[in-house]
Design a protein. Sequence first.
Length: 396
Amino acid sequence: MSVYNSRYYYLNKVILSIVGLWPYQSRLKGNVMTTITLLFVGSYSSLELWSLISGIKDLSIVIENLSTTLINFASVGKMANHLYNKYKMKNLLDRIEETWKMIPTGPENEILRNHAEESRIFTIYYTLAMYSAWIFYSTMPIVVSVIYKVLPANETYEAGFLFRLEHVIDVEKYFTLLMLYAFISVFYILSIVIAVDCIFVLCIQHTCALFEGIRFNMERIRSLECAQAEAQWMLKPNIADDEAYHIIIGCIKSYKNALNFSEVLASAYSTFFLVLLGTVIVCLSFSAAELILLDNQLDTIIRIVVINVAQVLHVYYLSLMSQQLIDYSSGVQGIIYNCNWYAISLRSRQLLKFTLLRATKPCQITAGKMYIMSMENFSAIIQACISYFTMLISLQ
């Protein structure tokens, strides 16, 4: 049975299959699901872009529609980036399955299982949070309209669409049809985000598991210290008898594999992450300004808050996973220092020198090779959003 049918990765498989991005589904099914996804997402994004361009002279329409339009096109870009790098992603998934087959049992398999379980938990929580945002965002006009009808109120309430569209289409006439269409389209938009982000997390957690396996094997050298001491510090034993040497050779191979895995993963996301971060900064700034500058109804305020929370969660999620990769790869340096290198042979020490030299540079996920995805820089993004928001308020 494929490892992707196990409880650890099955949710990733299902969500990727919904949007046609699962590399192991049949070509027919993949093309059909991709076409359906692009049909809804592309047409919805085009409709919002048309509305934005048609109302370009109205500042309120620009402020209300710009952020959601950019979010929609960022989702399309996320899918396009995944399709462009589909062979890289399939290669990474093949290597993950191969690793599971190579380590069917033992402590290293337990490490793989622990990180796979962590990936599963992150995926479940992220999926629940994003689909909750979808429900709140898509149904709020109807929910608030029902509340106003049920509860006694002195004012009338007219439900509005998810974005400004009344200047190009008779929203009141086609409201039910438009809301159904938007409900399905937003579902696919968020499904793309969830699917691509969760496969990114899956790969990150597997890379962390590889580094954790290196730590476990390097710590085995400590148990050899007593035997080396009884042998009166044998500095040049026979290679066949030099157990520490063979352990280090295995760790170096695993380390090279982990480095290559992380480099392929980083190259698949680097360019798009730069576009994504720029989009998020603009969207958060305009969405926050919309709350202050415009006279919004209750449903609009809730939708804006939901959009902002979802965007912050999105970037936080990616930054947190990238930070874990930095932490685990940086830990290799400390592992080498603490492996009792003074109690092993000279040839083993030489190997550790070169490995230690490379370990001084941690693995990183970058945005366009300009910006390092990390928790430290996540706070910088939030600060940039606040700065642009302040500037927009000052222009009022």
